[in-house]
Write a new protein. Structure first.
Lengths: 410, 410
């Protein structure tokens, strides 16, 4: 079984909307073990929609079309599909009742145009839309399977879960299970060198992916049962970790802040941060995790030298001698915020986020990260590529800090 | 001139990566007045890449390909393109020097595989990648224009801005200018009612867009010159602002934090924030703007009651009587952080980010925002829809706070 995804909407090809539906559908298809080799986006144009359907059904057995089911004149997907397969659009009384109920439940009059959304190609099965007015269809026609869904993501997700998932179950011949291994501190190229031979495997497949300065490895296994796929993944994971395990920090949906949070909880530790160049981002990321009030008590963003001296109690002489962006100041920031907040661990970070503020000795992207507990203080120096701009420097600096914090706790 | 976008990467058709590059490129093409009717995503498979190129160059004059330029074995885009057009891949010494410099500047050894990224189809022009190792190409071949760029979004953006934008300028037949008006505090429906008649216009077009809880209006005008398009936009903008101008806070790439920053600079004011439920996000957003060290001195994330009392000096009795999430505590947080940091304005924010911590009287999403200067203190109460989860509650709370700060400064 081969599938294709066709997303219809002029907003997609004008770039005003990012095509998240294609990714959602492909993820779901992969999990069902249904191969999808192409997805295409096209505007609300009948000829180009017909051309795209024609291409897709020559390459695939199952076509999933999204978008263009609205009530307005530029929504023409259902007509274009019916025309392509030379079928009549027929009025569906039951579907129209549901549309009318939708408006009634919101105390709104039924717009005249809404009736259009109750016409479907003859022989197709209507898929109910529980949260909107545009129903979809599942249609077996000319030896192909066609599924049509609205373009509004939230409506599409619910219809997928309540109907499509089950409907496609019968086409699923095997399971695809995936696992993501997440690494920090090793570039894609070096990681690639270590697992070069594994990347040639056909099942499971192994692929490195770069995202926000971090390198992940995706393992994808295909098997008759979920259990068999799991065994294939476990075996490959062990092999990869035997070669690069020291850089691994998490799996799948893990974030650095979640992993750090879990570690803190499991060890019963608390942490506080004194941030300069990251401006509150580390604090914000740490508090993104529900329950973080259990291990975060207070953080200070000491942006000015004055704040560093007055509130954090950094030695003014230290700043004068070594500069605010220095190993010495990072260490003292970590020590002092720990004492001030009364936490087990203190984190201090100071650096140059750019685009200004650099000197020949201290370029944009230079960051010092201090970590301190009752018995020891350590400082790490990091050079972040300044080319991506201030926000990325801030984000990567916060990721380095969270990763060093993770290692410090361990 | 017709263009097409072809995005290469198995992660795209597995749905592991959302195709943001297609939207970026289409937006840029629309601005240049270059029509793009299709975009396609395909995996790292030589036959399917060749098939997609074949289709695209039959339909279009300009093909923009992204992804699959990495150093690893599954990155085959450059080879697939060269093969399709029956060209040799030739080694480019200069490009390789830049790749070597990239690693040298990071004190890293050059991986063996990196050499692969210095091979390009004979006759193509190399596009330098200022922030990564994968150069792109611009290639006029068989009467078509082919542009190839890496799939890493940040690298692609910089290469587009430094090279492609200019390169494509010659193909631009007319201008499409867009302007986004950004509103806060008015729902899409109410804004839509006010401009209903304008939304029927054909040139410029007017469309409301909702993003992250804010409502924007896009005005798009098409004309022979940039100047003419600008006049059309100005006229429409004036009409819209005459109807809903009081909710407008910015334009285009403006962010609330940038607008607030500019206001602070123009009035010579400084600000400090004491955050509870937003956990540092307001501070981080304010410091995303270059030059923010001019008006941000210090911020405090007082997450625990202890921190509120000890560091911020909040009256313990106040917390006991009214609770930490209260009008009274928000007001005192604003007043005290202002004094502590010695700034002109103080902002205090306290609320329930969820998913836990709610009481019948204080639901998740309840937020109090205090603002204080030498002469006055005000507090705003906001109820944020908790259905979107903790991170969204945090983000919307920070947007409300920045918007109230903007109005307070004005």
């Amino acid at each position: 079984m081969k599938a294709e995804v066709l997303c219809v909407g002029t907003e997609l090809i004008l770039g005003d909307t990012i095509n998240t539906n294609a990714a959602y559908i492909c993820r779901k298809l992969a999990k069902l073990g249904i191969n999808c080799f192409f997805h295409t986006a096209v505007g609300d144009n009948p000829q180009r929609i017909a051309h795209s359907i024609d291409l897709a059904i020559k390459r695939a057995d199952l076509l999933i079309v999204t978008g263009g089911l609205g009530p307005t004149d530029d929504d023409i997907t259902m007509q274009a599909i019916a025309e392509f397969f030379k079928a009549e659009l027929v009025f569906n009384e039951q579907a129209y009742e549901k549309i009318k109920n939708f408006f009634a439940s919101r105390n709104r009059e039924v717009p005249q145009k809404a009736r259009k959304q109750a016409f479907f190609p003859e022989g197709s099965e209507v898929i109910t839309n529980p949260t909107g007015t545009a129903p979809g269809i599942a249609w077996d026609v000319q030896g192909k399977h066609i599924i049509v869904l609205p373009g509004v993501p939230d409506e599409l997700y619910i219809m997928w879960e309540t109907f499509v998932e089950n409907y496609l179950g019968k086409f699923s011949e095997y399971f695809i299970e995936k696992k993501f291994l997440k690494f920090f501190g090793i570039p894609e190229g070096s990681l690639g060198e270590k697992i070069k031979d594994l990347m040639a495997c056909e099942n499971p497949t192994v692929a490195p992916l770069v995202s926000e300065g971090q390198t992940n490895i995706r393992i994808a296994a295909k098997a008759k049962t979920k259990h068999e796929a799991g065994i294939l993944i476990d075996k490959m994971q062990n092999e990869i970790l035997s070669r690069a395990g020291e850089y691994l920090w998490g799996y799948d949906e893990d974030t650095l802040e979640k992993v750090v949070g879990s570690l803190l909880v499991s060890k019963g530790l608390t942490v506080s941060a004194a941030e300069s160049c990251t401006g509150g981002l580390i604090s914000s990321r740490l508090t993104d995790t529900p329950g973080s009030s259990g291990y975060i008590k207070m953080n200070i963003v000491a942006y000015s030298n004055e704040a560093k001296i007055n509130t954090l109690g950094i030695n003014a002489g230290l700043i004068k001698t070594y500069g605010a962006v220095s190993k010495q100041v990072a260490a003292q920031m970590a020590q002092n915020v720990r004492e001030l907040a009364g936490t087990d661990i203190g984190l201090g970070i100071t650096g140059i986020a750019g685009p200004t503020g650099a000197t020949p000795q201290k370029p944009v992207g230079l960051v010092y990260i201090g970590l301190s507990d009752r018995s020891r203080t350590e400082v790490h120096k990091v050079n972040i590529n300044p080319g991506f701009g201030r926000k990325t420097v801030k984000h990567r600096a916060s990721s380095y800090a969270l990763n060093y914090l993770r290692l410090f706790i361990k």
